[in-house]
Design a binder for this molecule. Structure first.
Ligand code: PGA
Ligand code: ZN
Length: 421
């Protein structure tokens, strides 16, 4: 019987120059696989704990304690276990930790090992990761949401909303969608350059120009779609991640670029207005994680037309999502494995969402690595959507390039496009 023979971790670099955990699992048959954990900037309050060392090393962001937890406590309990029972492996780490949010071991320690075990199990069986995790029914190629203008806490520009994304919904397959998106990206660069805007990139590979309102980026993206020769709304739609938890101030939501503070009801009206003017199909974190009344209003006003995605709101947590479902809040959920801490718990949240008709969007973090685990994971879970940045920066394109490979292998698969809405 094949068993887990060794578990080790080391500190490596993420895409923002901060340290993160790389875990490596070796099986008794000699299979060795690794995984690297991502890290967010606009994190939700109820996310699982990302364990950082503090002190002066790496400005306090070192992860040597998390690494040590993998090398000692986690290795001790997992060695000898079967790698083919992911749930048992993940449950064992949860038991060892003893808290709800991985407050002892660190979710960065646990998730790294959880992903590396899945990858080692797949490799040992000579199966691609998506096929191992999803089985014969893993077939849906996700529609990408490409973040081509970055603002908020992902860039040093004046734009308050965090992400302006394009969604190629009018194409038959993933590769054509990606091609069209890259063409829009290049046209956007040209438009920005011609208008003397900065074309430096933000954390997720999108541009980060100083624009004078939160609506102007939408107008510029519309122009780029048209300039690339596509019909906005029909072939390429628009999605926003407001990351509104970051805007809470003065008893409302502070829109610095427009020099005004608005209530949740005013912000909801603003979204309704934007959705009437532009082909917006998805709004993520339109209100803050604590503003459930605002979310209720937003859901009442827009849920029949637009995907309302809970990111900071649900933090990939099955219990919080359940609360949202009971209260009829939102109709979609962002899926970030490191918000909850293990592969099995991520899958549990996706199952609850899918049973209740909530659209799942597999997602990267703003701090990433070359690890493309989420590309396989999105297909494994038939998520239908993936958010993993622009078509620039290697840690973002790693995911798209992996999806191109998967698309070549998947037979009888589908790319849902406009069918999602
Ligand atoms: P984060 O941003 O990784 O910084 O949290 C991504 C998002 O808000 O979706
Ligand atoms: Zn978000």
């Amino acid at each position: 019987m094949i068993f887990i023979d060794n578990v080790v971790a080391m500190e490596v670099m993420d895409s923002r120059g901060n340290p993160t955990v790389k875990a490596t699992v070796t099986l008794s048959d000699g299979t060795t696989e690794s995984a690297v954990v991502p890290s967010g900037a606009s994190t939700g309050k109820r996310e699982a704990l990302e364990l950082r060392d503090g002190g002066t090393r790496y400005m306090g962001k070192g992860v040597l304690t998390a690494v040590e937890n993998v090398n000692t406590q986690i290795a001790d309990v997992l060695m000898g276990m079967s790698p083919f029972n992911q749930a048992a492996v993940d449950a064992e780490m949860k038991r060892l930790d003893g808290t709800e949010n991985y407050g002892t071991l660190g979710a960065n320690a646990v998730l790294g090992v959880s992903m590396a075990v899945a990858r080692a199990a797949a490799a040992s069986l000579e199966m691609p990761l998506y096929r191992y995790l999803g089985g014969a029914n893993a077939m849906v190629m996700p529609v990408p949401m490409l973040n081509i203008i970055n603002g908020g806490s992902h860039a040093d520009n004046s734009v308050d909303f965090q992400e302006y994304m394009i969604m190629p919904i009018g194409f038959d397959d993933f590769s054509e969608s990606l091609r069209a998106s890259a063409e829009v990206y290049h046209n956007l660069k040209k438009i920005l350059k011609d208008a003397d805007h900065n074309t430096a990139l933000g954390d997720e590979g999108g541009f980060a120009p100083d624009l004078s309102s939160n609506e102007e980026p939408i107008q510029v993206v519309m122009q780029a779609i048209e300039k690339a020769g596509y019909v906005p709304g029909k072939e390429i739609a628009i999605a926003l991640d407001v990351a509104a938890s970051e805007l809470v101030a003065d008893g409302g939501y502070r829109l610095d670029s427009e020099d005004r503070t608005v209530t949740s009801a005013e912000l909801v009206d603003y979204y309704v207005d934007l959705c009437e003017k532009y082909p917006i199909v998805s709004i993520e974190d339109g209100l803050s994680e604590d503003d459930w009344d605002g979310w209720k209003l937003l859901t009442e006003k827009l849920a029949d037309k637009v995907h309302l995605v809970g990111d900071d709101l649900f933090v990939t947590n099955v219990n919080i999502l359940n609360e949202g479902i009971q209260k009829d809040i939102a109709n979609a959920i962002l899926i970030k494995p490191n918000q909850i801490g293990s592969v099995s718990e991520t899958m549990q949240t996706v199952r609850l969402a899918q049973r209740n008709g909530y659209q799942c969007v597999m997602s990267h973090r703003s701090g990433e690595s070359e690890d493309a685990f989420i590309a396989d994971f999105a297909v494994a879970l038939n998520c239908g959507e993936i958010k993993t940045g622009s078509t620039a920066r290697g840690e973002r394109t790693a995911k798209y390039n992996r999806l191109l490979e998967i698309e070549n292998e998947v037979i009888y698969g589908e790319y849902l496009g406009a069918e999602l809405f």
